[in-house]
Ligand binder design. Structure first.
Ligand code: AMP
Length: 278
């Protein structure tokens, strides 16, 4: 596996590979890698000739500076993990390498950035900037994203359309701990008691899926929030049930389309997100 830190090195390496007819798969990450990330790498390996993983904690998508400071950084371990799944290229640039000057572009994602993460983390989806910068450098044929960041996939698909990228966006399933907790780099920041209680989030979502036939949509959302908040270690920030492609908030079960229940929950200071397809 090659580990590169500058975009010029990466661009010229990929240019040569592309000339040989190689198809490039890309997995953007913020590092502190776990099985969830590795599942995307494996998927890319199956579907591409060359897999590039970027490791870059993007400062522009953090609206909370404490959260940015606290975000785990484990580059050496990440490189070792990537070798175990035969990743071809790891790209770990500095902030200056990606933003030699501030990126002042503002994307307009319309309605889809006004709900859930967009509503609660203002400016978060301007982090779309970084994905477009990385797409420009890597110019992948396919890019792989986890469904844990469900809204992010809708944003990226929208950006690909707006900027007319010829990149196939491939959503990949959520990888969980045995206890159901969605794997996340942030889980390493959870103190023991919070870690013990965090699986209650997914347990609640699973129960909610079974209760959907017995309650209307707003009753079920309230039930989910109450059930999670009844646990003294957890506090919901939002509970939303949305259409999986438009992200339109569902009002009636009779509406067409696949529905997804999405939550953001604070476990102490650590913010966790999860979702379940109904
Ligand atoms: P992050 O490093 O958190 O920005 O995540 C990088 C990519 O890994 C994103 O596409 C995430 O959706 C994906 N990812 C993170 N956690 C998981 C997980 N538990 N299962 C599947 N994909 C994940």
């Amino acid at each position: 596996m090659q580990v590169l830190n500058t975009k010029n090195e990466l661009i010229s390496l990929l240019e040569n590979l592309r000339k040989e007819g190689k198809k490039i798969g890309f997995v953007p990450t913020m590092g502190a890698l776990h099985e969830g990330h590795l599942s995307l790498v494996k998927e890319s390996k199956h579907n591409s000739d060359i897999t590039v993983v970027s490791i870059f904690v993007n400062p522009t998508q953090f609206n909370d500076q404490e959260d940015l400071k606290r975000y785990p950084r484990t580059l050496d371990k990440d490189i070792e993990l990537l070798k175990t799944v035969d990743c071809d290229i790891a790209f770990a640039p500095s902030v200056e390498e990606i933003y030699p000057e501030p990126d002042t572009r503002k994307f307009d994602f319309g309605y889809i950035e006004t709900v859930m993460e967009g509503a609660k983390r203002p400016g978060h989806f301007n982090g779309g900037q970084v994905v477009s910068r990385l797409f420009d450098i890597v110019q992948p044929d396919k890019a792989f994203f986890g469904m844990k960041d469900f809204q992010q996939i809708a944003i990226i698909k929208n950006m690909v359309k707006q900027l007319k990228y010829n990149i196939e966006i491939i959503p990949c399933p959520i990888i969980r701990e045995e206890n159901g907790l969605a794997k996340s780099s942030r889980n390493t920041l959870l103190d023991e008691e919070y870690k013990k209680n965090a699986p209650h989030i997914y347990a609640t979502l699973k129960k909610a899926r079974n209760l959907a036939s017995q309650m209307n949509v707003s009753e079920l959302k309230k039930w989910i929030a109450d059930e999670i908040n009844n646990n003294p270690y957890l506090e919901t920030e939002y509970v939303e049930i949305v259409d999986d492609t438009t992200l339109k908030v569902v009002e009636n079960w009779s509406e067409e389309g696949t529905k997804v229940a999405c939550v953001a929950v604070y476990a102490g200071k650590i913010r966790l997100i999860d979702n379940i397809v109904f």
